[in-house]
Write a protein that binds this ligand. Structure first.
Ligand code: COA
Length: 327
């Protein structure tokens, strides 16, 4: 039996503060009807001033470890997929590593925006399968509400804060990653970005036109890209595994927008009962959305040990990809 990378447990953490669509209508020219009909979002969680990326990463990590009854000192790696880390550096994974007492683990962050958890599964999974490491925590988490312009009604209504963590270990069981596709198209980078604060446009430099500290997004472009990218990567990951949608027990996509998800699911011919959705409760939590959805799918009995789950994500980069996992 080949060495597999198996997800043994999962944890999640989201901000406590709930913000409804009607709350936005108090200070923006928008409505519950508009937001709900365009995105499927009813409410989202908003981090407090005291909360940051590591707040949710640490909570989710501790829960995943407790659920598998794993000693943090036995971990070889802590990896955090996020584009809203606590600092430019050090990496958020080092903050988590210290907070959970993973004394002998390596730590690094993964920057693939809303596809971060998809990339992370492949990266960490391959490290385990190769024998380089035995035990790892992979965390997908984002706090994008700290980066939005609260006067921009087309972006600030979309996002929420939180994430999830999976504990992965080497195993001879017939479970784990089945296949993965990872894709990118940097020519579309301008469609969704934060221009200020990196080495190209440092914070200290004078702000020029189009160089904003906030999330900039061309919604229609991203929408078109997302539907195609999700459909294509699902088809590719199934083809790579020699499987079809009939073999998929549950589809857990990046939860950005219900319309994008259902359009992509239609495109691949997925029966609606196989689709897991929780975007209505949380909005788009970027790299946090897939692990939180996996957690809730498992907690509600929709995702069971041995099931084939298809996950797919897309985001700023542009990047996208999909994983097929036997849970
Ligand atoms: N409330 C009311 N009206 C709004 C609004 C809001 N919150 N946001 C935008 N509008 C308005 C626009 O100003 C525009 O008005 P105009 O026609 O007078 O100029 C109109 O609604 C249509 O705007 P448009 O951007 O074409 O809307 P849309 O139907 O494409 O929906 C998004 C906008 C953002 C919901 C949609 O494009 C989307 O979901 N894109 C993908 C975003 C995404 O998933 N990003 C994350 C990727 S990981």
């Amino acid at each position: 039996m080949p060495r597999r990378a198996v997800i043994q447990s999962i944890g999640m953490a989201v901000a406590d503060k709930v913000m409804t669509n009607d709350d936005f209508a108090k200070f923006l020219d928008t409505s519950n009807e508009w937001i709900q009909s365009r995105t499927g979002i009813l409410e989202r969680r908003i981090a407090s001033d005291e909360e940051s990326c590591s707040t949710f990463a640490i909570r989710a990590a501790k829960q995943a470890l407790a659920n598998a009854d794993v000693d943090p000192e036995s971990l070889d790696l802590v990896a955090v997929a996020s584009v809203t880390g606590d600092y430019q550096f050090p990496s958020t994974s080092c903050i988590v590593q210290d907070a959970i007492g993973a004394k002998r683990a390596g730590a690094f962050d993964i920057g693939a925006a809303c596809a971060g958890f998809i990339y992370g599964c492949q990266l960490v999974g391959s490290m385990i399968e190769s024998g380089a490491i035995q035990r790892a925590l992979l965390i997908g988490v984002d706090v994008l509400t700290k980066t939005v312009d609260w006067t921009d009604r087309s972006t600030c209504i979309l996002f929420g804060d939180g994430g999830g963590a999976v504990y992965m270990e080497a195993s001879n069981e017939d479970r784990g990653l089945i296949s993965t596709v990872l894709r990118s198209d940097g020519s579309g980078g301008r469609h969704i970005l934060i221009a200020l604060g990196g080495s190209k446009n440092p914070i200290g430099a004078q702000r020029s036109a189009g160089c904003s500290p906030y999330v900039y997004m061309e919604g229609r472009e991203v929408y078109r890209f997302a539907v195609k990218a999700m459909g294509d990567s699902c088809c590719s990951v199934l083809q790579k595994a020699g499987m079809s949608v009939d073999d998929v027990d549950i589809f857990v996509p990046h939860q950005a927008n219900e319309r994008i998800i259902t359009a992509a699911a239609d495109r691949i011919g997925l029966p609606p009962e196989k689709l897991f959705l929780n975007v209505h409760k949380y909005g788009n939590m970027s790299a946090g959305s897939i692990p939180v959805a996996l957690y809730e799918a498992q907690a509600t009995g929709r995702l069971k040990k041995g099931d084939v789950v298809m996950t797919v994500g897309f985001g700023a980069g542009l990047v996208w990809g999909a994983n097929l996992i036997r849970w």
